[in-house]
Ligand binder design. Sequence first.
Ligand SMILES: NC(=O)c1ccc[n+]([C@@H]2O[C@H](COP(=O)([O-])OP(=O)(O)OC[C@H]3O[C@@H](n4cnc5c(N)ncnc54)[C@H](O)[C@@H]3O)[C@@H](O)[C@H]2O)c1
Length: 368
Amino acid sequence: MFNNIFENKKIIVTGHTGFKGAWLTLWLLHLKANVVGISKYIPSNPSLFEILELEKNIKHYTADVTDALKIKEIINLEQPDFIFHLAAQPIVSESYVDPYTTFHTNIMGSANILDALRSYTRPCNVVMITSDKCYENVEWIWGYRENDELGGKDPYSASKGAAEIVIRSYVQSFYMNSENIKIVSVRAGNVIGGGDWALNRIVPDCMRSWAEKKQVTLRNPSSTRPWQHVLEPLSGYLRAAQVMFENKKPLQGESFNFGPNAEQDYSVLDLLKKILEYSSFTQEKEHFKIESNNNFHEAGLLKLNCDKAKQYFDWLPALNFDKTAAFTASWYDEYYNKKTAKSIKEFTWQQIVAYTLEAKEKNIAWAL
Ligand SMILES: NC(=O)c1ccc[n+]([C@@H]2O[C@H](COP(=O)([O-])OP(=O)(O)OC[C@H]3O[C@@H](n4cnc5c(N)ncnc54)[C@H](O)[C@@H]3O)[C@@H](O)[C@H]2O)c1
């Protein structure tokens, strides 16, 4: 898997205490990497990071990515071979409550990582995680391509569009001919999977409520999203890092989309019904009720064209819609119905193993 290139490498993961960061950290630990995590806080309770007891197996810094000096100090001290920058304020609704922190964290956090590397002398491969929401969403029916216009109406989307411009500027100004620093940015869509308890995200909201036998109110049941399991973009991030490391293709400053297959566009309602098919949550009344009033703008259709990732990385999604829902539902079932710390840790790792087998069966390059 990944040509074993992560074995014994020093890898900084910012945002490692979050949903995607915890899955990535677990995967990297099984790839025998030395993981150094930088996060400001643990963003949810319960938390996947705590459930997996990741702190026992990594070096953990509680630090703010907006603190430029601290970030530079950690990078210089730890001497990483790879950096995955995930730390962000990632919630659209929260970006309306606190736009300043969203802009500050998501833009200056990215700038601080790239600035710290200007004086770094060892080789380092950097994967900057932004979002599919970095595109100017003109609500068209086609998938967005990496060279489409950047933008973002709500503060979160705008902060990710801005982070992309900052990344592009750093690459063009300082790293275009760098011998040691390689940088790509990666854009993924709405990610689902076990262990997410973020507020105001549809799957975590449902799981929390259904576990307490409460009904969920749906704001935008017909919104279509490019739903994908969390392991899909993570396999893309790891593959991008592998290809950068192996230096087989010039990738400096390139951006890549990682999303589900084009036909995998489903509404919020489709997704929840499918998850319920694979869940054992029981209710006395309906699992959800539909209410279409909300006060803030959230984009309608938004999907990604992933031809570039296929072309450069031989990357494809490994799970269809049913399996994406099944992986997600079964994780929460395991958590809420068994609740033994040991089994859920093992179960989480087994999902990575099962995901890898799915990828192998489809001859996806990273898994072979
Ligand atoms: N989850 C999704 O559906 C999704 C979709 C597209 C992009 N993304 C991006 O993926 C990344 C991870 O998202 P997630 O869902 O795991 O988020 P999360 O909320 O679960 O975790 C966020 C992480 O960022 C850290 N963080 C926040 N502010 C920080 C700061 N100032 N300094 C240091 N650390 C800070 C938190 O401590 C936490 O570790 C984010 O960049 C997000 O924008 C997520």
